[in-house]
Structure formats: structure tokens, C-alpha cells
Design a protein around this ligand. Sequence first.
Ligand code: OGA
Ligand code: NI
Length: 348
Amino acid sequence: MGSLGDWPEPVVCVQSLSESGELVIPGQYIKPQSERPSFFLKEMNIPVIDMTGLITSREETMKQISEACRVWGFFQLVNHGVGIELVDSVREIWREFFHEPMEVKQKYANTPKTYEGYGSRLGVEKGAILDWSDYYYLNYLPLCRTKWPAHPPSLRELMEEYTNEILKLGAVLLKVFSINLGLKEDALQNAFGGKEVGACLRANFYPKCPQPDLTLGLSSHSDPGGMTFLLPDEQVFGLQIRKDNQWVAIRPARHAIIVNIGDQLQVLSNSIYKSVEHRVVANPDKQRLSLAYFYNPKNDILIQPISELITLKTPALYPPMTFEEYRRFIRTKGPRGKFQVESLKSQR
Ligand code: OGA
Ligand code: NI
């Protein structure tokens, strides 16, 4: 991949803006009217899938997952097998990281070349309107630990443990999706690169915002990768998804992991499964933490609709493209709803 160079202007850490006590947010965070959030939405329950059902009532659970992928693109997993204490410790350790002194965090400041490390910005266009959040971006696979924080000391070990659980979940779900799509059970795993899948974490920190009605914690986007395992903040809500063209607020179930379909699964399934637009609203008096684990295809494998799903009536909707090439769009332009995956269609 060619280099994306450096940030076009100095990066401002949103946590410091928030802690400055200023009651007015800088102009660069003010969204155009049409993108500003609404807070009084109906809350909707996205499907809740009990993973133990894959053993005790397999057929029914497979059906629930199939419907969740086709109709919602978003669901919550409960009894997912990832230890509750592990999940709580992982959340806690990242909270601690974001509360380290600024000098410690700045040691890990990221650049758009790989995005790895501590950052506050997605996209490299000068003057772009920014989101009210900071993040830490961590690559797990392909194997690379150069940008992992050394503090808090237990972070690395906890993340190794948590990642292994996520990789197991990812493999189980790819199997379920393959069978549900009428494919061989290893079809999607192979399309992702077999054992060489990609895995990376985005720890999101959303500081308090004095004018949450003017900005967003994270602008509307669909996740570019394969699928995402999101550990939401259980105390502070803020995630909204676009359902039938309306924004709806998500209330996470206790100890749930939220799964959403990314663009690469939309492409592979030839749009039988849809990646869904989502965003995060800012909060006036509470900070919010979430951990988004992206389970992705191998960087350099060509991703295109799986041939068994292509028929005369359902021709391939997307041209082949590697994930490495695909993800350059969001890394250059920042979050843009579903613009990228939808515009690919016209390139066929
Ligand atoms: C993301 C994301 C949602 C959240 O990191 O891609 O959509 O609740 N996060 O923070
Ligand atoms: Ni996302």
C-alpha cells in the first residue's frame, strides 16, 4: 500500500478539549444541520441471539442468525462464551489507559500510514469536520505488536486473551453464515484467507461534550471490514443505527457483544447480508468507552461476490478488490455513511 503521509493539520486531542472546560466547541467539530443528531429516538431491540442455542436448539438459532444478518445487519450475542470477568477487565483496562497522563498517551500518537496508536482523527482531508472522540487503534493480525501500549502493564496480556476469544467467535460465526448462505461451511473462512484473517481493535473514548446537539462522537459509517464485535459501554448509551432510513438508538443487553456485518461480508454475500450504517452521539455529562474489534479478510486477498451466489437473476454486484485497497477510502476520506460500498456497484 502506498503511504498516506501525515495528518494535514495538527491533531487536537478531544479529551483535552473536553477537559479545558470551554463551553463552546471549536468550529471544526460542528456538523452541517442535516447530520446533527437527534436524541429522542425510539429505542429498538436489535435481535438478541443466545449462542448456547447453537448447541441446544441449533436449527432455530441458525434461523435467528440468518434473519438478523439479512434484515438487521446488527445483533447482540449473549452467552457468547467470552468470560464476563475478562470482558469487564478489558473494558476497565482501556478506561485506565485513556486516563493516563497526556504525555504517556502522546508517546503512542498515530499517523495515517497505519493508523496504529493513539489518535483523534479519521481521514486526511485538510479542514474536514471532525468527530468528538479519541481512539486507540491496535493491530493484532497480521502479527504485529510494535504499537501496543506498555501501560497499564496488564493490558497486553488481557488483550491477547480477549483477542483469542474474539477469533474463536469470528470463526464460529463465519461457519454459521456460510451454512446459512447455502455454502460449504468453510467457504467464508477461506474467502477471508483461511487462518490468515486480519484482526484489529479500535478502542473508542468519547469525552463529555458541552454541545452534543451540534456534533457527533462518531459520524455515520458502515464498517469497512468483515464483521465487528463491539463491546459497548453498558452505562452510557450513544450508538444509533440506520434502520429503514430512520435512526434508532441501541440499548445494549447486559454482558452482550454486539455484532455487525461489515462491507466485505456485504460484497462476499452479493448483498444478501448488508453492512448497516451506524453512528455515535456525544454526551453532555458522561464519558463513554467502547471497544470495536474488527474481524477482517487478509489484506491482499481479492474480495468479490462468492461464485455460488451469482446467478442470471442475481449477477455480481461488486468488482473484485483487496481489503487493503478498499480500506484506503475511509482512511483518506473519513466516515461517509455507505457511500463507498454503494458506489462500487456502479463500477461493474
Ligand atoms: C466503530 C464504531 C461504535 C461505538 O468503532 O466502528 O462504530 O459504539 N463504534 O463506539
Ligand atoms: Ni463502526
